[in-house]
Design a protein around this ligand. Structure first.
Ligand code: PRP
Ligand code: HPA
Length: 176
């Protein structure tokens, strides 16, 4: 295992027909469970972002919290959560987005970022890109400068990372 991306890719578990028939779910729990894979993953992001003069890491509910908070800590940065609707107690702004069936909303605390702050947005996976685009809109509404959208896994066949790039945001993923 010399290439970090290969090691991470080999450690991710693909679960057929979950949560629905025909869907293959990419499960990151084996990466988190394996201390070597977890470190390779976090270090990949640390090396990419350590010179980027970031101010904050914003992690997306729920698996983006796991990688985002560890990365923020390693980079000596604060962490801010982008949460599913109804979870944050203080004043929030919300963005609705569409799922394959129905709609969803993400929220952020209005005081979580100051205008001009340089923020890295991170999640476990980009599928359609809807979650990442909605989260980046929240940060934009608060005046943040979102430096990049990062994820462990891209599912390029679903076009999500391209959809995020089409909004003008840079995208980095550890593997496909
Ligand atoms: C998954 C995943 C991303 C999002 C990606 O989260 O963790 O956040 O979906 O899909 P998209 O690119 O099509 O928007 P999910 O909504 O299943 O929430 P969870 O992390 O709480 O399980
Ligand atoms: N894994 C994790 N989250 C997801 C997936 C997946 O394969 N597809 C859509 N959200």
């Amino acid at each position: 295992h010399t290439d970090p991306a290969d090691y991470i890719r080999q450690t991710i578990r693909s679960v057929p027909n979950w949560p629905n028939p025909g869907v293959t779910f990419r499960d990151i729990t084996p990466v988190l469970q394996d201390p070597q894979a977890f470190r390779v993953l976090i270090d990949l992001f640390v090396y990419r972002y350590m010179q980027q003069r970031l101010d904050l890491v914003a992690g997306i509910d729920a698996r983006g919290f796991i990688v985002g908070s560890v990365l923020a800590y390693e980079l000596n940065l604060g962490f801010i959560p982008v949460r599913k609707k109804g979870k944050l107690p203080f004043k929030t702004v919300a963005e609705d987005y569409s799922l394959e069936y129905g709609n969803a909303s993400v929220e952020i605390h209005t005081d979580s970022v100051r205008p001009g702050q340089r923020v890295l947005l991170i999640d476990d996976l980009i599928a359609t890109g809807g979650t990442m685009v909605a989260a980046s809109r929240l940060l934009q509404r608060l005046g943040a400068n979102t430096v990049e959208a990062a994820a462990i896994i891209d599912l390029p066949d679903l076009g999500g990372s391209q959809a995020v790039r089409d909004t003008g945001l840079s995208v980095f993923t550890a593997c496909t």
